[in-house]
Design a protein around this ligand. Structure first.
Ligand code: TXE
Length: 480
């Protein structure tokens, strides 16, 4: 069986313990490769390599740094189909989605930051008649990047690219559930000629390899995307060590539908916002609040469209939905559907797992599920399910809609569907979220600040925000 390898000091190598974990294909439920079960020894090697590489990498000319990052992007592009197939196999998402979103975005992340590093600059402040201050933005040193399983290479590269662009050396860990495209990336980095030690990719368990990265004193900054509970643990470890932290955590995002919306477009995009990637995107609009006057009409149109979504083999071009990422996650999502019925919810469609035939007979599939009749305060509407499950709830007034939207502990993203521009602006100001989409969902410009408030995280990624995170600002004051 194929063994994935760690990428340390420019070389692909086995974990020092020689121990491996099983890697499953969610669509078939079968083990198809082995992931290094790395430990502190591997992490130490990676950190040593990164420290040794830092002096040269941090002084590399901007154009040279840009060129190597562009080469990495081209390396992914040249093996595009291989990356797409690997992402789909590892995560369960459809081939189409991996080809349309994940892999193009990973390429864009490297290209975007390759170009951004040429334009990044720091401020200067004049104290009239007295002094001039300038800000020096210096790379931090060795930083840790830890990413989740839902958008594997997309999120992995979203962290690594700005860290490298600003002259840091990186020790990165992808999710142990979806390690494969990170492994392919390490091959691409070798082919591209990235200097040894600049990027090190360690595979393994969160509580073991991940924990070893975040608690190491030489890791000066940590960029993490994942569950809120894990984020809390990372913060508890890192804060007393005064590490810089960027935490992108969970979401339970509201989707506010007003009677004056463009109805067809709103229904179509709300289906997309609910079920893209099997609902396993932290930005998914999992709570839909609908103005009461169009509630029944919206419900009927929405459910009708959801029923047309075909759940099937991710390799099948006809499939709109693939497999849930793991058996454990499938059980978690099903337990929330059970909870919803106990809380008095009525299932309008879905509500059960799906058994496919042939190759996917033992895969993890759940029918897209729509639930109504739940109080906005109940657990189903408050906790992150992170699967193909969405709730519909009517509202009477704008104030009520805002109250419901803001009632959760999370505050990542939101969508507002209305043609009343004043209302859109009014609500956008009041919504407790890092991102408000008006008449759209997941429309991204990589220059914008990305992140959440409340339990959805701390800090912002994207554009120059990420480059500021990965640098230390130093004020130099020169007296006239
Ligand atoms: O994520 P974890 P899990 C949510 C979603 C899901 C829940 C748990 O609700 O059901 O989180 O998912 C690494 N030190 N999201 O358990 O554990 C881990 O190895 C250092 C939302 O898969 O947070 C992986 O690389 N690292 C989300 C990464 O953290 C640790 C995406 C994320 O894993 C660690 C995924 C530790 N102590 C799940 N423990 C989003 N916001 O996009 C774990 N890790």
């Amino acid at each position: 069986m194929e063994k994935i390898l760690n990428y340390i000091n420019g070389v692909l190598q086995e974990p020092s313990s020689k121990q491996y974990l099983d890697n499953y294909e969610p669509a078939t439920g079968k083990v198809y490769s082995q992931v290094p079960d790395s430990d502190t020894q591997d992490v130490q090697q990676a950190i040593d390599a990164a420290r040794a590489a830092f002096p040269a990498w941090s002084k590399t000319g901007l154009e040279e740094r840009m060129m190597i990052m562009l080469k990495i992007a081209d390396g992914i592009q040249n093996r595009f189909d291989e990356f797409v197939a690997a992402e789909s196999k590892d995560n369960g998402k459809t081939l189409q989605l991996a080809a349309a979103m994940d892999i193009p975005r990973a390429i864009s992340n490297f290209r975007f930051y390759a170009s951004a590093l040429q334009h990044f600059s720091a401020e200067s402040h004049q104290t009239p008649g007295t002094a001039i201050n300038y800000t020096l933005r210096q790379p931090i040193g060795v930083v840790g990047c830890i990413s989740p399983w839902n958008l594997p290479l997309y999120l992995f590269s979203w962290k690594i690219a700005p860290a490298l662009a600003t002259g840091n050396c990186v020790v990165a860990k992808p999710s142990e559930i979806t390690p494969y495209t990170a492994y392919l990336l390490s091959q691409v980095c070798i082919e591209a000629g990235l200097a040894k030690g600049v990027l090190n990719i360690i595979h393994g368990l969160g509580g073991k390899a991940g924990q070893a990265i975040i608690e190491h004193p030489e890791i000066k900054a940590i960029s993490f995307t994942g569950g809120t509970e894990t984020g809390k643990r990372i913060a508890a470890t890192a804060a007393p060590m005064f590490k810089k932290l960027s935490l992108e955590l969970g979401g339970k995002n509201p989707n506010l539908v007003f009677a004056d919306c463009d109805f067809e477009e709103t229904v179509k995009q709300s289906v997309r916002a609910s079920f893209s990637n099997q609902g396993e995107i932290c930005l998914c609009g999992s709570r839909i609040f609908i103005e009461r006057s169009i509630y029944e009409k919206f419900k009927a149109a929405f459910v009708e469209q959801v029923k047309t979504l075909k759940v099937g083999d991710p390799n099948d071009a006809a499939s709109n939905q693939g497999a849930i990422v793991s058996l454990a996650h499938k059980q978690k999502v099903l337990s929330y559907i059970q909870l919803a019925t106990e809380e008095g919810g009525k299932i309008l469609t879905g509500g059960h797992e799906l058994k496919l035939e042939g190759r996917c007979a033992d895969g993890y599939f759940i029918a897209p599920t729509v639930i109504e009749g739940l109080a906005y305060t109940c657990r189903t509407q408050q906790e992150e399910i992170f699967g193909p499950v969405v709730t519909l709830t009517p509202f009477d007034t704008e104030e009520e809609a805002i109250t419901m939207a803001n009632s959760v502990k999370y505050g990542l993203a939101s969508s507002i569907w209305t043609n009343d521009l004043k209302r859109a602006h009014r609500i956008a100001e009041k919504i407790e979220a890092g991102i408000v989409w008006i008449n759209c969902w997941l429309l991204r410009d990589l220059r914008t600040p990305f992140g959440g408030v409340k339990a959805s995280g701390v800090g912002r990624e994207g554009g120059f925000e990420a480059m500021k995170f990965f640098t230390e600002a130093k004020n130099i004051c020169i007296k006239n």
